[in-house]
Design a binder for this molecule. Structure first.
Ligand code: NAG
Length: 349
């Protein structure tokens, strides 16, 4: 009797061990090859108008699940119709960037600084159907002429909706803690931590997708704008280099952002927006070490979600479709169906 039960245990153990082995084997087997998605542009003015372009093998997907993988991107503005791989994090050296103590890169590719003022709000973008304000935080070290500022929050208004994205205050910076806070139509929302975690508004008019487990996100308003953002502190190194005199109890957690616009009108205004006007001439000339651009009086708004600046052109209401808009469209449905968001088409070949 005893012998039988021992034999049983041994057999069970062997079975268990063999199962473990197959499991590890399965894990080390090569990953399934992902079929490249196909992307296109729906604007007549784009070189890619209705051309179905295959994503490169190196980045087969528009929204890869791997946090370190690059995503496939088709630039509908580019003279070439070619899908390329790009990082999904903000590129502080690319057009539409707003990083550091805010250093902007205009739609024309020219670098400029806009200092604003700490604890005030300024319109970065004010267009007919989109307004994006920024809240500045900062400090003024003794004896300096101006505030040193960073972008702590963004306020978006589009159609009849609003959305905010904020970097929460951190006394001591800890990258293992998430510092993102979101709200939609006046109510806080939760985008669960974790890479690829998503939140969509009830009408699919806005999507927030995390691009790493914590502190990185991409906000998409289809056909209008895509905003990639990270929360970062002012580092000790930056503090030393610039002599900001950051206090011990505040790391000045702020946003570094890159905007990619899909449909701005020629009338677009705002600190960054005006650089996208077709006939804009940047007063910040290339070659100047630190070109500072003014406009505090024209772009100051009374809060994160107001459109009362002197040069603001936003009008709330139904979204105006703009003939000159250009958008990269994608999704995960086949060519013949239209996804619920009304925006994405992908042909699966
Ligand atoms: C944001 O949207 C909500 C819902 O439409 C509205 O009640 C609220 O007043 C808006 N907030 C601001 C500051 O406009």
């Amino acid at each position: 009797m005893k012998l039988v039960s021992i034999q049983c245990v041994v057999i069970l153990l062997l079975l268990y061990a063999s199962l473990q082995v197959t499991e590890t084997q399965a894990k080390t087997q090569p990953k399934k090859v992902v079929k490249p998605q196909t992307v296109t542009c729906y604007n007549r003015k784009s070189k890619c108008f209705l051309k179905y372009v295959k994503c490169p093998i190196q980045c087969p997907q528009v929204q890869p699940k791997d946090p370190n993988a690059k995503g496939c991107f088709l630039d509908c503005y580019s003279p070439k119709c070619e899908a390329v791989c790009r990082t999904r994090k903000p590129n502080c050296n690319g057009p539409g960037a707003a990083c550091y103590d805010p250093r902007f890169i205009g739609g024309d590719g020219i670098v400029f600084y806009f200092h604003g003022k700490s604890n005030e709000h300024f319109a970065l973008i004010s267009d007919v159907n989109l307004q994006i304000n920024a809240r500045f935080i900062g400090l003024r070290p003794a004896g300096r002429m101006r505030d040193y500022t960073w972008i702590q929050a963004l306020g978006l208004m589009f159609g009849t909706h609003n959305f905010t994205l904020e970097a929460t205050k951190a006394e001591k910076w800890d990258s293992d803690v998430d510092h993102l806070h979101f709200s939609y139509d006046g109510k806080g929302i939760i985008v669960p931590e974790g890479h690829s975690s998503e939140w969509s508004s009830p009408d699919n008019g806005l999507k927030a997708e995390r691009t790493s487990n914590k502190n990185s996100v991409t906000i998409t308003i289809p056909g209008i704008v895509e905003i990639s953002a990270n929360v970062v502190p002012v580092t000790e190194e930056d503090d030393k280099i610039h002599n900001y005199q950051i206090p011990f109890d505040d790391s000045f957690a702020h946003l570094e952002v890159q905007f990619r616009f899909a449909g701005l009108s020629p009338r677009v205004e705002g600190v960054l927006g005006k650089t996208y006007q077709p006939d804009f001439e940047n007063p910040a000339k290339p070659g100047v070490a630190m070109p500072v651009v003014g406009g505090e009086d024209k772009y100051k708004t009374s809060s994160l979600l107001s459109t009362d600046c002197r040069s603001c052109v936003f009008s709330s209401g139904e979204v105006v479709a703009d003939e000159s808009s250009v958008a990269m469209e994608y999704g995960t449905v086949d060519c013949t169906s239209w996804n619920g968001g009304g925006n994405g088409l992908v042909c699966r070949k």
